[in-house]
Design a protein around this ligand. Structure first.
Ligand SMILES: NC(=O)c1ccc[n+]([C@@H]2O[C@H](COP(=O)([O-])OP(=O)(O)OC[C@H]3O[C@@H](n4cnc5c(N)ncnc54)[C@H](OP(=O)(O)O)[C@@H]3O)[C@@H](O)[C@H]2O)c1
Length: 318
């Protein structure tokens, strides 16, 4: 097991290399096998969400591994994240209890508000229809429910995802328990400089999703791994472009959550922990043109969403 972890404000440590479990189409057996392989390789940080449909597979893989390899894989060493879907903002406690049941776990280490948008409780699916939006986010109520989850011991930390600097600062105005993390898109072409500063000032850990730029995903691109600068840095260090992208994130103090269900690429991604980038590499990467992959268009409309434009959703940070 690799010991590279950072301390969170909620008192737990998070492994800096995470394992993503979003895939489309989702295949239960493939996901379970991938998580088993990842555990064998030393991954100890797993990212799931109700909306990914991967909770059952992740939970089963973890439980089986702990039963079969109890000496090497123990629950306390595993950092497990799940997320509150937008149609569950009305009742985070029930939503988390349901997730725990699906996972077959007593607690998750991190429970995140997946997106700063609230749907009607009856909304199903990832892409909301026009009449499925609640007109307001009402984060104060949602956060009170998240704090109840923490008080009840259903999770060890609470946090948010896809929150802009402004939304983070608004939340801090009324939160009794501060968010321990903000999980956002971050990679060499979407560097989140301002957000990272705001989070650091408030002891909020940043977790980077799509740290490779999500090549192969519907909304993603190969722009990061195919970029000539990234490739030349990789060549210089006898590393791969993916390793450069991941180590770049780690060098900024964030945890990176890469998804691969391919054993060779899982191993390759783990190798990012051994790569050392120099100042020149970091300066070169800072010059890359920025490009957000996950823009969240599906949460924006001119009638029912609280966000009329993409700029509204990200408070201008796009
Ligand atoms: N909070 C949120 O709203 C949010 C949004 C998006 C994602 N996430 C989380 O973050 C995780 C990772 O994000 P992501 O899946 O969007 O993007 P990503 O990890 O940047 O990219 C995943 C894609 O890259 C490929 N890949 C993996 N390793 C590679 C390598 N070494 N070289 C080349 N290609 C490689 C994967 O294919 P193979 O599997 O075939 O290797 C997959 O198609 C998700 O699984 C999910 O857990 C959270």
């Amino acid at each position: 097991m690799r010991g590279d972890r950072v301390q969170l404000s909620c008192g737990v440590t998070i492994p800096i290399l995470g394992f993503g479990t979003y895939s489309y189409p989702h295949d239960q057996e493939e996901t379970e096998a991938a998580v088993r392989s990842a555990l064998k390789m030393g991954y100890r940080h797993f990212d799931t969400a109700k909306i990914y449909g991967s909770e059952a597979a992740v939970g089963k893989a973890l439980t089986t591994a702990m039963e079969e390899e109890g000496d090497t894989i123990v629950r306390e060493d595993v950092f497990l994240t799940s997320k509150l879907w937008s149609s569950d903002h009305h009742d985070p406690v029930s939503a988390l209890k349901k997730s725990l049941q699906t996972l077959g776990m007593e607690y998750v280490d991190m429970y995140l508000v997946h997106w700063p948008v609230k749907f009607k409780p009856w909304a199903i699916g990832a892409i909301p229809k026009e009449d499925e939006f609640e007109p307001k986010l009402e984060m104060e109520e949602t956060w009170a429910g998240m704090e109840r989850c923490l008080d009840m011991g259903l999770c060890r930390c609470i946090g948010v995802s896809n929150f802009s600097s402004k939304k983070i600062l608004d939340l801090l105005d009324f939160a009794s328990a501060y968010p321990a993390a903000n999980q956002v898109e971050m990679h060499p072409m979407w560097r989140q400089r301002k957000l990272r500063e705001v989070c650091a000032e408030n002891e909020i850990h940043v977790s980077a999703y799509s740290p490779l730029g999500a090549p192969g995903n519907l909304w993603g691109s190969t722009a990061v791994v195919d970029d000539p600068i990234i490739q030349s840095i990789a060549f210089k260090h006898r590393a791969s472009p993916a390793q450069v992208a991941l180590q770049w994130g780690i060098s900024k103090g964030v945890s990176v959550i890469a998804k691969s269900f391919n054993k060779n690429r899982m191993r390759e991604n783990m190798g990012a922990l051994d790569l050392e980038l120099d100042c020149r590499d970091l300066l070169e990467i800072d010059k890359l043109e920025e490009r957000k992959m996950m823009r969240g268009e599906f949460l924006v409309n001119e009638t029912s969403s609280p966000y009329r434009t993409i700029q509204d959703l990200w408070d201008g940070e796009i």
